[in-house]
Each structure stands twice: as structure tokens, then as C-alpha cells.
Design a protein around this ligand. Sequence first.
Ligand code: GLA
Length: 502
Amino acid sequence: MKPAHLAAALLSLTAAAPAPRVADLSGVWLFPRSEEFPGLRMMRLSRDAAGWRGTVTTDWYGDMPMRALEVAGGKARFLIDNGNPRLPPRIWTATVDRAGLHVTGDIWERHVDAEVKRGGEADARRLAFPLAPLPAPATLRPDGLAPTPPMGWSSWNRFAAAIDDRTVREIADHLVSSGLRDAGYRFINIDDGWQGTRGPDGAIRPNARFPDMKALADYVHARGLKIGLYSSPGPKTCAGFTGSYGHVEQDARTFAAWGFDYLKYDLCSGEGIFRTASQVRLAYQQMGQALRATGRRIVYSLCQYGRDRVGTWGRDVGGHLWRTTGDIEDRYDSMAGIGFDKDGDPATAGPGGWNDPDMLEVGNGGMSEDEYRTHMTLWAMLAAPLMLGNDLRTMSPATIALLENRGVIAIDQDALGRQARRIRKDGEAEIWSRPLADGSVALALFNRGETAREMSFAPEDAGLSRIEALVDVWAGVPDNAGRRSWKIPAHGAVLLRLRGQP
Ligand code: GLA
């Protein structure tokens, strides 16, 4: 093309689509609606005497404030975070182009690269994220539920969101036939993945894998068991299903009407909406009050990953257990990292309210038998809720033996409800101790090392001057009062129940 023609072509292009005059980025900008996560709706930028400000509005996290916003030369640069303090904020840019704005950025694992178009105030009203009110602060009275740590089974660790009515019924049957119900495991908890959409009346409906929640609850109850469910204070659960945002009281009534006895309430997308510690607390209080208002006795499990010292206020919002960390994985280092070091403040645990270091992985295959024995020993010492996380239909005898040991369960369920404390740490050898209601003491010897080691204890480790009776709980050896030393395999544990003179 000759230069003259090129100039003419450029001229005609310019005439057809005049360059936007938008040195001004202010206004409402509309995202194309296609993606599921995070459900980008619109952006709003404005400038006043204090400078530029802006928000990105999404289905998952509501209005996300633009932080450190800088605007220069037809380009905005800002940071977005979804309220999760563990994730670094991400850099976004919005650059004026012929079509509107070209927006790039990241939100969790998703990369955003979108053309956004100018919209008006009517669009902004249509796409606004509705703000659901939070209640005034209140303190709920203890209701007598969960006098000992709740025990049962939960679908998540083994099945994730691939859970259905039939599997839940089969698991309930096997909880009974394996003898584990009679060992104390009573709850059958459906975690994330049961939810469908809301009906015209706003009521939450299960998805096609759960044809009739009431019938399922009846089936479970008929086996002498209780049944639990899962939701989130945010609009979306962690696996992207419908959460209770804007429908808290209605959902509590629905869960009660179906006959549910337990609710795990998982912050998930709510962390983008409830951005301060007091908002998170009020969001949990709101569901706590809603559950109480149903008149049904429902155990309330708080899952906000141990933020904001939840143990100090979990009971006040109606909680009976509260997670102390992010998710456990079926690996020794994950289990040990939580159980030994992120197990919650023992001072906050006791009858009616428990630190929850997450559900069990025993029987899922990622740890050795010694490591799973350590998992059970540690959880029992911690007075942790014992939620089986494996497929009860295909358990090996070795797995059943780990899960059903009555002496271990008795320590977990001890009526005094005192969580163990670490009393000695010598490199990778640790001794933990927990007083029990009948005056005896549970003592656990842990070998966190990679090789077997000899470990011993002294009576003073258990706060005793003289040992009169000693039960090796796993070995089932009833009385061996003189023994002080054990050879403990790598990543292994010995659990003792001692009686003696103070
Ligand atoms: C979060 C919770 C898990 C599980 C999943 C479900 O990660 O911490 O225990 O409930 O959500 O999506």
C-alpha cells in the first residue's frame, strides 16, 4: 500500500470508529456475562476530591474494592483481593481502547482478560449486588448440645462434591453394620455438593443427586443416627454451589423442616463480603440465631479456618465446634502440621464448644497405619470432633480397628472435656497430657521423626508422684504400672491411661 493510500485508509477507519475520548475512565463498565467464576458483573470508577475510587462487582464476592488505585494516561491500575488474608492481592489493569476498556487481572486461579463496555445507571441498578443486613451483636446462651465432641461421618474428605443420596444411605447402613455407630459415631453429614437452585419462593432445593432430603433424613434417623448438612454465609460455597447469602433464616427453616440435626457453615465466598472480623462474627451469629429460632436442636459447626481467634467467640454465636485451620489432606505432614501445631487454644475448648482440627483421613490410603494411629491418638488427646472421612463400605479390618478402639474414643469423649497440652518436646519426641474426669490422666508419646526411637516418661509428666495403674490403650494391655519406656516407630504414637498419686 502506498503511503497516500495508507493515510486515506487510516482516515476512513478513524471516521468509521472515532477514537474514544475516554481519557475519563469514570462511570459504569459492563463485563460480558459468560464465566461462572467469579461471575464478573461490572466495574465502577469515580473521581472526587479525595481522588479515584472503584469497585469490581462479582456474583461470588459482591463489591470488591479496588485498592491502591492509580489512573494515568487512559489506564487504571489497581489491586483486588477476595478478603482471604492468606492470598496475596492481584494486580489488575483497565486500559482505554476503541471498544471501551480492556481489563486484565487475576482472581484466585482464574485469569481475567475482558473487553468491558460502557453502561449506565440503569445497568448499575440491575447488576448491583444486594447487601443483606447483619444482625445487631448478641450473645447466645449455651443450649446443652455437644457436651462431648461430636462424632460421625462426613462426605467431603473421600467424596468431595461427588456425593449422592444413595451413597449417603449406604454409608449410614455401614456405620451401623460395622459397629461404629455403637462405638459412638452418630452423625451422617453431607458436606458441599447437595445444593441445587432456589425455587420461586427463594427456598433452596437439592440438586438432582438428592431427590428428597426429608426422606433421606428419615432413612438416617430410622437407623438410630443423626444427619447433617452444609452451607455458607456467602452466595457461593467453596465448591461453587448455592450458599445462604440473603436467605439465612429461610435456609435454617428449610434445614429444620427436612429434619437435619447438624449444620456446617463454611465461610467460602463470604470472605469477600464479610471483610472485617466483626462482620464475619455477625454472619455466623445470624445463622446461629436462625437455627435456634427453628426450635430444632441443631449442632452448629463453624468453618472459617480458625480466623479472628474464633475459639474466643464461637460459643457466643451459637457454635458447638469451630475449625482451627484450612483443610486437612490425606498426608502425614498435613495431618501433623494441624494436629501438633494448629489445634486451637485449649483454654477455649470444653463441654458445648470444641476446637475442630478438621475431619479424619483414617482409611483414605495416604498415610501408613502408624501415621493413622498417630492421627487418632492426637485427635483423641485434643478432644477433637471425630468425623470419619473414609468410605465405610470398603474399610479394611485394620481401619475399623483404628476407628473403633473404645479406649481411644473414651479419651476423646471424656466428660471433663479438657484438651491436651504439650508438656515436653525434645526434638521430634513429644509428650502430651490431658486430665480425665475420673482423676486419671491420658498421656501420649509421639515420635515425629523418620526413624523409630525409644521414648520414656516420668510420673511427673502426668502430674503424678507415683503411678499405680497404666493402660497401654492401643495395645489393650490393661495394667503395666511399672513400664516407663516404649519403642515407637517413625511417625508413631503410644497412648497411655494412667492412675496414681498426685
Ligand atoms: C472448604 C472446607 C472443607 C469442605 C469444602 C467444601 O474447603 O474447609 O472442609 O467443606 O470447603 O467445598
